[in-house]
Ligand binder design. Sequence first.
Ligand SMILES: Cc1cc2nc3c(=O)[nH]c(=O)nc-3n(C[C@H](O)[C@H](O)[C@H](O)COP(=O)(O)O)c2cc1C
Length: 304
Amino acid sequence: MVKPDLSVKIGKLKLKNPVMAASGTFGDGYGELTDIRSLGAIVAKTVTLRPRIGNPPPRVIETPSGMLNSIGLENKGVDIFLKKTLPSLKKFGTPVIASIAGDDEDEFKELAKAVGTKAAALELNLSCPNIRYGGKDRLIAQDEKGTYETVKAVRRATGLTVIAKLSPNVTDISRIAKAAEEAGADAVSLVNTFLGMAVDIEAQRPVLGNVTGGLSGPAIKPLALRMVWTVYNKVRIPVIGMGGIMDHKDALEFMLAGAAAIQVGTANFVDPGAAAATARGIEEYMKEHGIENVKGIVGKLRTG
Ligand SMILES: Cc1cc2nc3c(=O)[nH]c(=O)nc-3n(C[C@H](O)[C@H](O)[C@H](O)COP(=O)(O)O)c2cc1C
């Protein structure tokens, strides 16, 4: 059979395969550890307008099947990102998606303008569980109106492909996805981490410095998969799925459930080659099953 076609289009963004590295889990030092050129895209760590020092330590702990983190969007701010981080990630030739987070719509708009056309697309982090926007006790992605207005503001400010990254910490994620779609998002990505915590029974204190953190890894896969499937059935824009994808088999589950593309996060900490291996595994599966185009997998889950 001819070489299968793994290419995917998300808005204007063309990817050679559906596998991306998830935001915050794939640094600029990864070039020596894995073949970045074999990935569809890299999503950079979320950047804010001004530098952030993040949350107090400890900020990362292992759980029996994943990890809890409360990094709190530590980053050097958009100026350094544009001068240093972005060029160092772009040198591999793989599309780099900038992930941005602001306290309100205006900051998101300002960040979108600052990035301009230097990145291949924008992922809006509306959903980091470790920070609170504008002093409010909710995330933007926990509010349909907030999601709509933020996506709309960015949509007006940029011609780049806009991906809205959603939070699983809601009752009905499909309503938030719909709000993002109506505001002009080209795609939605889900899920960010689930809120969780751990307790040190000797100290009788929370383990994380920030008390709570975001749970990721294999523990969240069935939860994330259900959300991707629910959203796929409610929106027309592409869904980018993530949450506990450790290998190509996990990735294929998400794609069958409707994900047009997927992101690999926590697995990068276990094996920096996990995302590249996932892309190879999807290609092998297509060859074994005589699937010529990767679209032949997306949403093909039979539930009847
Ligand atoms: C240490 C760590 C840092 C993260 N930082 C970010 C971030 O800066 N921006 C973001 O949108 N998501 C961030 N995430 C969330 C991941 O991109 C991803 O949505 C989540 O971990 C679920 O996927 P996974 O189970 O494959 O890791 C982070 C996750 C981890 C584990």
